[in-house]
Design a protein around this ligand. Structure first.
Ligand SMILES: [Zn+2]
Length: 448
C-alpha cells in the first residue's frame, strides 16, 4: 500500500516537473515573432504590392497588424488576432498576407512614408500579452509621372511607311517609347534629354487608333502624350503569279530536303506549305530578331544604298495571288524589293551596321540581317552563301554576300527588305536621299 502511494507521489512529482518545464520553456519563451516584408520598393508609385509574413515557431501567433504611417496619419491595412489557449498557445505559427493597395485612395500623399508591421506571440511573458515584434520599412511615394514634350510637329504615317518621333523627357524614364496602335516602339536616348523613336505602320494597317509617346518612371507613374500626325493613304499593287511545273520541280526539292513537314501529296501541296506556313514562321523569326533593342550606333548619314546597276523585278507591298493551271492556290504579301543584276553579283551593305543574323532562313534562303541602330534593320535574301558572321561590324558598301536563288527564288536576284523595330517597311523611302534628309537626318541634327 505504501509503495503504491510512493509511486503515485513520484508520478505527480514528474507531472509537476513536466508542467514547470513546459511553462518555463514554452509558455514563458522569450522569442518574439519574426516579421518579413517582401516586394515593397524604396520608391513606390500609385500601386503598392507587397507581402508580409510573420512567424513564431515557439508559442504561435497571437496578433498581427499592418499600418501605413505618414506624418501623423496612421492607416490600418490589416489587423488579425487568433485564439490563444492557456496551455497550448496559438495553433497558428505562420501567416503570409499579400497586399495590393492604392496609397492615394488610402489618403497618403507624395513623400516619405513607413510601413509598420507588428506581431505578438502566445507566450505568457509581458503580462500574458506575448513577445512583441515591430518592423518598420521606410519608402518614398512618387506620384508624379515624367514630364514629356513632343518635339516632332506633324508626323507623316502611311501603311508600310517609316517615321521618326522626337521628344524630350524631364527625368530619366525607366521605360519610354511610342505606342502606335498595338505596337510599342522603343525610344533611344539622344543628347539634352531628347529621345528618338523610329515607328512604322505595317502594310495591312490602314487606320491609326492610338499614337502616343509613353514615359514611365521607376515608381510606375506613366504618361501618355498624343503625337499629331497625318495619315497618308497608300495603294499596293495586286499581282498575279503563275506557278509552273518547271518552277515547282526546280524549287520544291530544296524545301523537302530541309523540312520533313514540307513533304505533301504533290509539289503544289509543298508549295502551299512553304508559301504560307514556312513564310509565316520565317517572318516571325525576322520580327523577333529586329524587335530586340538595337545595339549598333546610328551612323546613317544619307540614303541607304541598294544593289548597284540592278533592275527592279518586284515591288514592296505587292499582294500576290498564285495561280496553278488557272486555279487560285495561295496568296502572300511581298515585303521587300526584288533587285536583279548579273548572276552572283556582290551585295553591298546598305549602310554601316552590325550583323545580327547570317544563316539559312526558309523562303529567304541564305540571309543576312544588319542592325543600323535606332531599331532600323536591312535584310538581304536568296544569297549564294554566308560570308559574314553575327556580331561583325560592316561599313557602308562592304560586300556581305553574293546574289543567288536560295530559298523561294525563281531566278538570281537580291530580295532587299528594310525593317523598323520588327515591322517591314517600304525601302523606297530609305533609298530616297531627300526623304532620309528631311524626315530623319535634319530633325535629328541638333540632338546627335
Ligand atoms: Zn522578293
Amino acid at each position: 500500500m505504501k509503495s503504491v502511494l510512493k509511486g503515485m507521489l513520484l508520478l505527480l512529482l514528474l507531472a509537476l516537473c513536466g508542467a514547470a518545464v513546459f511553462v518555463f520553456f514554452v509558455k514563458l519563451e522569450s522569442h518574439p515573432p519574426v516579421i518579413e516584408v517582401k516586394g515593397l520598393p524604396k520608391l513606390a508609385g500609385r500601386k503598392l504590392t507587397f507581402t508580409v509574413r510573420a512567424e513564431d515557431r515557439h508559442s504561435g501567433l497571437r496578433e498581427l497588424s499592418v499600418y501605413l504611417v505618414q506624418g501623423r496619419k496612421k492607416i490600418l491595412l490589416k489587423e488579425l488576432g487568433w485564439p490563444v489557449s492557456f496551455l497550448r498557445g496559438s495553433r497558428v505559427h505562420s501567416r503570409e498576407i499579400s497586399f495590393s493597395v492604392s496609397p492615394v485612395e488610402k489618403g497618403l500623399s507624395e513623400g516619405p512614408a513607413v510601413l509598420v508591421v507588428s506581431a505578438a506571440d502566445a507566450s505568457w511573458r509581458n503580462r500574458l500579452r506575448g513577445n512583441l515584434s515591430v518592423k518598420r520599412v521606410p519608402f518614398t511615394l512618387d506620384l508624379t509621372p515624367p514630364r514629356v514634350t513632343v518635339l516632332s510637329r506633324t508626323v507623316y504615317l502611311a501603311p508600310g511607311g517609316s517615321a521618326l518621333v522626337l521628344y524630350r523627357v524631364g527625368e530619366k524614364p525607366a521605360r519610354t517609347g511610342v505606342l502606335l496602335n498595338d505596337r510599342f516602339f522603343r525610344g533611344y536616348p539622344l543628347k539634352q534629354g531628347a529621345y528618338a523613336a523610329l515607328v512604322a505602320l505595317p502594310v495591312t494597317e490602314k487606320v491609326v487608333r492610338k499614337f502616343v509617346v509613353l514615359a514611365e518612371d521607376g515608381a510606375g507613374n506613366r504618361l501618355e502624350l498624343p503625337v499629331s500626325y497625318y495619315l497618308k493613304r497608300r495603294r499596293f499593287p495586286r499581282v498575279r503569279m503563275r506557278l509552273s511545273d518547271r518552277f515547282l520541280n526546280f524549287k520544291m526539292p530544296e524545301f523537302i530536303s530541309r523540312y520533313p513537314e514540307a513533304q505533301k501529296n504533290d509539289l503544289l501541296g509543298t508549295f502551299i506549305w512553304v508559301n504560307e506556313t514556312l513564310r509565316r514562321r520565317n517572318n516571325k523569326t525576322i520580327a523577333e530578331i529586329t524587335s530586340r533593342p538595337s545595339e549598333a550606333p546610328f551612323r546613317i548619314s544619307g540614303a541607304l544604298r541598294a544593289l548597284p546597276h540592278a533592275a527592279k523585278r518586284a515591288d514592296f507591298g505587292e499582294f500576290r495571288t498564285y495561280y496553278y493551271r488557272g486555279r487560285k492556290v495561295s496568296r502572300a504579301w511581298h515585303l521587300g524589293l526584288d533587285l536583279a543584276s548579273v548572276a552572283r553579283s556582290p551585295v553591298p551593305a546598305a549602310a554601316p551596321g552590325r550583323v545580327v543574323f547570317a544563316d539559312y532562313l526558309g523562303i529567304y534562303g541564305n540571309t543576312v540581317i544588319l542592325d543600323h541602330g535606332l531599331g532600323l534593320y536591312t535584310l538581304y535574301a536568296h544569297l549564294a552563301g554566308i560570308e559574314v558572321q553575327v556580331g561583325e561590324e560592316v561599313s557602308a558598301g562592304q560586300t556581305i554576300g553574293h546574289t543567288d536563288t536560295t530559298g523561294l527564288a525563281g531566278g538570281d536576284h537580291l530580295h532587299f527588305s528594310v525593317l523598323v523595330q520588327g515591322v517591314f517597311v517600304t525601302p523606297i523611302e530609305w533609298l530616297d536621299p531627300r526623304w532620309v534628309r528631311t524626315r530623319i537626318l535634319d530633325p535629328l541634327k541638333d540632338y546627335r
